[in-house]
Design a protein. Sequence first.
Length: 470
Amino acid sequence: MLLWGAYQELFRHQNILWQIRWGFSCLGLYRLCPIRIVACVDDSPTHDLIAQRGGIRFFSLESKTGRHTHGRDADLDRILPSFREPIESALGERSDGRWVVVSPLASRALAAFAVETGRELVCPPPELGHWLNDKANFLAALSAIGLPRLPGRWLRLAEARYAEIASEMGAATFVAQLARGLSGSGTAFIGSEEEYARAGTRFGDVPTWVAPDVGNLSFNINAIAMESGVVVSAPNVQLAGLPMLCCRRRGMYCGNDYTATRDVPAETLVTVEEQTERIGRWLASLGFRGLFGLDFVADPSSGRVYAVDLNPRWQGSTNLLTQAEVKAGRLPLAVAELAYRMGLLGETEILRHKDGFLQPLMASQVSLRCGAPGWVRVAGDVQPGIYSLAPGGAFLRAGLELVDLGAADEILVIGGVPRQGAWIEEGAHVLRASAEWQVMDLSRMKPLPWVEPAVRNLYELVDLRPAEAG
């Protein structure tokens, strides 16, 4: 890999305005990339510590509203209009290099801002991204490029019965998915007439993809699609639907476990990596360039893995991957992608080191969600840092990243925490806790014993209270 000093030299004449859903997503990146301004949806004391360490200015929607939401895609297009004048003023304060407007997520408002101000834009194309986010297009592509696909079909739930579909799928439980969804919002696992009726009410009279439920083992992966090839990162075990994290549905995203892949057969991981590379080539043939992600499910009865979701963007796992690569002393995939997209690093150089991106990593994260109905208030004053797993979960010191972890009792890094007094929407992410420990026992598909008490302690520290509680 390139030496870190040489890599930083690539960005020597650059300044980056970075727009992202969650502000802490710049962690790890800002060590190598000149991120000067972050425009984001959320607000957090994490931002204060990042600003202190990295000299970054934050502009967040939540700082105006005091409301911590799901961070929907539509919110991205509200950031620049809400802070147009102060952001333009901040851009004018630096003349030491060119400004580049960057977002790992498509944003029409950001694209318009770049055109109006004459700034270079690095952002996924909204039209292609919208097309790729349609599951029907992705599933059709799997068949076209000869990859295995779960045996399912499109139907309207109102036009069939539970017993008929269960018989067709060969299992009492099956999965139903809308063409579009985020963090499991468009997914339902159905194993009874009652669940079928609820899914029908939730999805309405729209085409729904129905396929067999093969189990809970799911993999996630990040990769870069380029004209001349694809580079693939190490896969992780994806966490979804864990009740202790207040997930309301089985398919709801709640974390990633890179460490757990050491318990996965090597041939399974190789299959995930090979399928990812083939899908990346298909994306490149469409003109897609840059970072993308995939979700896979594993069928324990056959040992086969199936790609089930395409994410033509950064994912919930991407920042954890970046931090783990930084701690391992490796060039992060996301940093390489950013330099490539900015025209600072060529495809040949990235491809020459593709094997390095595949090396296994020791990292995990769990995302605590708000399980209370409606809106609740944050009564606790939680600071980003290193916390102990001992009873009471004492705060040990300030910290932001995996590199801040030290001794064995310094287990969790708390990032993205909401401010005291903020209001949190039902189902929204409350905070993410990162570590190098393994989260999942794959033999039982359950979290290891240390996880539940640690999570319980974090919820107690945040102290979510309904409005009437004062």
